[in-house]
Design a protein around this ligand. Structure first.
Ligand code: BMA
Length: 935
């Protein structure tokens, strides 16, 4: 109930399971499994895929790992080895030509055996592994048992680190969160702790696995598929020519033997209409023992384009790929269907051209995305792993999260390292919803080994993942890693200046000389950047040993080159525009806040619900403990102190007599500060689209939480929106009206900013009210309305004044309400749309406003299924609708300003309800006034 139109549900996903004749594929997930370990004197039932913590939880051996300080209490799990053992598997001993064990993901240091015979050891969570077990199976005298032992990752990397021959780095460079030495493993790096998450270091078969039996010699099993769709002549680092026809290049990685005369064909179907666009055999066939590749040019065909959300439709096609045996009546020997879309996506890092200079763009280089040849403004955030335990990340949960992304007017997420490469179903959701996924290789905030074995291992990981996800139109970029260039090289320079150039060489060896060709060889459609954040490159020369020459500090004052990140925990400058970086694209920025009371209550005992309780403090991992101590209050109090200072600097200090109410008000205050700070930055960056820096992207840190704790997230664990996600939703609308109040100079400027592609025009009403809601005489000398025209991806100033020159008796107790109406066209639409946006400014910080009780009321209108909110006595600032536990969803508008007499009707989108609708009665409303009053 109370569902609103406009949410996107998971549409039919194309079947991606490969099929072929004559083979027998058994999903190991359908066998019975147990988990055992030396730390446990019992064996418990296990799932598959799974991780040890999850099975121990299901068996009742441990409590919820997310409760209280269980992240510390459960370290014994990470520090033990665990074995997953199947029941004897029936029906495998029949006479097949070959039998394979195929693992889509083992986390991480695994030793596999089959009926007691050792098969192999693995050491990379992100690779797919296939082992020929035909011979071993032949030696099994009864139905075989598969057994997988997972070694303790913390213990194994410690042993590697202690080996005198292992690589060492200058002291003070490597960043440790909790467990040390994470750079020696190819496992999710945040499994060892991060500044927003705990360190569980889970272990187990985290992805599906199969037993594949092939019947005869000409029989193949599809391991992986690389479908690459690009414009003829397209080269990764140059803008594609949109007049060229599409090329479809399909490549299959397989087990088994190809027929001697294979052919590869595709059938392309428009999913919506069901019509077949083309059905043809591919040319330029190349084969090897493990792959078959071919391509075709769709010369006379013009498939419908796929666009990101807000820029057009997300048209999807199925491409059915078939390998046939031409010697045997063209019989199919393998068949796989990939759902895809036709689009080009290009990260433009080329030098600013003369014609761009003539438009007023400052010199330097571009740093922005172009989709189907169009520049656009990227609006979004950074995605971290949505859970410490991937096997419990369901499609349903991710649909809920991505619906919030879409509702939040975001068109791009940065899939940050180091996390994990996302599963296909998340790219599928993004394909349907039009969310671009800037994707990264899993390397972050550390220097990594550069020996041949490590690089060879990593190369396999990269090739597998680049190929696996390449068909998704939502894939926007491959980046080498997080903050390697901007932070790690800087730390090296500080710690060991004499060896700086050596470490630059190491960086280039891995992220450029190794990774760049691996990307380019496996995709023509995706750009590559060695690091996020970066100053971009000077040139690309594919025949050079280092095929991309990075710019580093080779910069000129007054020029702009790069993407920026910005973290400043000195609250004193939080709203100082001069402290924000000016660049081409903001790929990270933020400040942490507390989750809401309701979310804390899911993880913390009632006694611990106070701002500085040990449990709350020790769940705050910013600043990180930097090791395994469980009492590092010194570091955690730094982050708690930053939040406290931020609230105290700008907002009324909560002082409620009821301790839980006071805690809740404090949590809320940190969220209001966070939202205001992000809003100030997003408006600043978006305005930059019309400034010399030609700024074309804001991705804030971070979209969502991994657990219930203080962090930079806008969406709490479980799905509740913080103030931030609502405010970002508002300020990511296409046409916005933004006040820029410079509290140092006293100047107030008002800008309209638009990320539509064509110009829009309209008017803005500007209304000064005192805080009781009365109009200010003569509107304090400010015109009551202003007409404007704003260009595509541009900004225009509609008003500027010095606050001191306004006709006020008490400017510091007034609010300027801004209300915009504009006509413009959504990209790729024929008709024009009316855009509205409201905003406001006070020229004093909230703590200094003499606000009164607005007399807020909220009622539920059953018929319209809307909450009706009114302020009766005074202006309500930060009006906040809140809902009780038991339901997940979001108000369609929140954190708004309400003038007395104004009625606001707000719907609620239910994403999950376990209260049978009763939650409606628990909805409350509060505002800044409630933050200030004692009870
Ligand atoms: C950046 C990110 C993350 C981190 C965040 C907050 O460094 O890339 O590594 O979690 O800032 O500190």
């Amino acid at each position: 109930m109370y569902f609103r139109a406009g949410t996107v549900s998971a549409l039919l996903l194309a079947s991606t399971l490969p099929t072929a004749l004559g083979q027998h594929v058994r999903d190991l997930g359908s066998e019975k499994w147990t988990l055992s370990g030396q730390a446990l004197n019992q064996t418990v039932p296990a799932k598959f895929p799974s991780q040890a913590h999850l099975d121990l939880l299901n068996a009742g051996v441990i409590d919820d790992p997310y409760h209280g300080l269980n992240d510390f209490n459960l370290r014994w799990i990470a520090e033990s080895n665990w074995t997953y053992t199947s029941d004897p598997i029936e029906g495998l001993l029949a006479n097949y030509d070959s039998t394979w064990l195929v693992f889509d993901g083992l986390d991480t240091f695994a030793t596999i055996s089959l009926c007691g015979h050792s098969i192999a050891s693995t050491d990379n969570q992100f690779r797919q592994y296939a082992f020929d077990v035909s011979e071993v199976l032949g030696d099994c005298d009864s139905n075989p048992v598969v057994s997988i032992n997972f070694g303790s990752a913390p213990n194994i990397v410690d042993a590697i680190a202690q080996d005198p021959n292992s690589q060492k780095w200058p002291p003070g460079v490597q960043i440790t969160y909790e467990y040390p030495n994470r750079w020696f493993m190819r496992k999710e790096q945040s499994d060892f702790g991060w500044d927003w998450g705990p360190a569980f270091s889970p272990a187990g078969p985290w992805k599906p696995a199969y037993i594949v039996q092939l019947e005869k010699t000409e029989d193949i099993y599809v391991l992986n598929t690389d479908l690459d769709i690009y414009r003829r002549g397209q080269i990764n680092y140059l803008p594609p020519d949109q007049t060229q026809p599409w090329v479809v290049n399909a490549s299959i990685d397989f087990l088994g033997y190809l027929p001697s005369n294979p052919s590869l064909s595709i059938e392309v179907t428009d999913i919506e209409s069901g019509t077949v666009l083309t059905s043809r055999t591919l040319d330029n066939l190349t084969t090897s023992d493990t792959s078959i590749t071919g391509l075709t040019v769709l010369d006379d065909l013009t498939p419908k384009l796929w666009w990101p959300r807000g820029m057009g439709n997300q048209t999807l096609y199925n491409v059915a790929i078939t390998v046939k045996d031409t010697n045997n009546k063209n019989q199919s020997v393998a068949h796989v269907t990939k759902r895809t879309g036709f689009r080009t996506i290009f990260l433009n890092q080329r030098n600013i051209t003369d014609s761009q200079r003539a438009q007023g763009i400052a010199p330097g280089a571009n740093w922005h995305f172009e989709v189907n040849g169009h520049e656009f403004y990227a609006k979004g955030s950074n995605l971290i792993p949505p859970d410490c335990f991937w096997p419990r990340v369901t499609e349903e949960r991710m649909t809920q999260l991505f619906n919030a992304v879409v509702a939040g007017n975001q068109n791009m997420l940065r899939v940050w390292s180091s996390g994990a490469y996302l599963p296909d179903f998340m790219y599928d959701l993004a394909d349907e919803m039009g969310i671009l996924l800037w994707s990264e290789f899993q390397f972050s905030d550390a220097l990594y080994p550069s020996d041949d074995a490590f690089l060879a291992n990593v190369a396999q990981e990269i090739v597998y993942n680049v190929r696996r996800v390449n068909h998704h139109p939502s894939l926007a970029l491959w980046a080498g890693g997080n903050e390697i260039e901007v932070l790690m090289l800087l730390l090296v320079q500080l710690a060991d200046p004499a060896d700086y150039s050596y470490y630059v060489g190491e960086y280039e060896k891995m992220y450029i000389s190794l990774f760049l060709p691996l990307v380019y060889e496996n995709t023509r459609s995706i750009s590559y950047s060695p690091s996020s954040t970066t100053n971009g490159y000077l040139s690309v020369d594919l025949s050079a040993p280092i095929p991309m020459a990075e710019r580093y500090d080779n910069t000129t004052a007054g020029s702009y080159y790069a993407d920026t990140d910005h973290y400043n925990y000195d609250a004193a400058v939080a709203f100082d525009y001069g402290s924000y970086p000016v660049g081409r694209f903001a790929n990270e920025f933020g400040f942490h806040s507390m989750p809401s009371l309701q979310t804390w209550q899911q993880a913390v005992d009632p006694d611990d619900l106070s701002f500085n309780s040990s449990v709350i403090m020790l769940r705050n991992h910013h600043d990180p403990a930097g090791g395994l101590m469980t009492d590092n209050y010194a570091n955690s109090s730094i982050g708690m102190g930053e939040m406290t200072m931020a609230v105290e600097s700008y907002y009324p200090i909560p002082s409620k007599s009821d301790p839980v109410a006071n805690f809740s008000a404090w949590c809320h205050a940190t969220q209001i500060f966070q939202a205001d700070m992000y809003k100030a930055q997003i408006q600043f960056y978006r305005r930059g689209s019309g400034m010399p820096e030609r700024q074309l992207g804001s991705l804030y840190w971070q979209l969502e939480d991994i657990w219930q704790a203080p962090s930079w997230a806008g969406i709490e664990y479980g799905g509740r929106w913080k103030v931030l996600h609502h405010v970002a939703k508002d300020i990511y609308q296409p046409v916005i009206i933004s006040p820029f109040w410079n509290y140092t100079t006293g100047l107030l400027d008002v800008y309209v900013t638009s990320d539509l592609w064509e110009s829009a025009s309209g008017s803005v009403n500007l209304t000064w009210l005192d805080l009781a809601g009365n109009p200010i005489s003569d509107n304090a000398g400010t015109p009551t309305s202003a007409d404007f025209a704003v260009g595509g991806l541009n900004t225009t100033k509609i008003y500027g004044t010095s606050v001191a020159s306004l006709g006020f008796s008490d400017a510091e107790n007034a609010v300027l309400l801004l209300s915009l109406q504009a006509d413009g066209k959504v990209p790729n639409s024929e008709e024009s749309t009316v855009f509205t946006h409201e905003n406001y400014v006070t020229v004093a910080f909230p703590k200094d406003l003499d606000i009164g009780d607005p007399g807020l009321t909220v009622e539920f209108d059953d018929e319209e299924e809307e909450f009706v909110v009114q302020a009766t006595d005074a202006v309500a600032l930060y009006t906040w609708l809140d809902y009780p536990d038991g339901v997940v969803g979001y108000f369609e508008e929140n954190a708004f300003v309400l003038a007395p007499g104004e009625e606001k009707r707000v719907g609620f989108v239910v994403q999950n309800d376990s209260t049978d609708g009763d939650w409606v009665d628990g909805v409350t409303v509060r505002s800044l006034w409630d933050q200030k009053v004692r009870d």
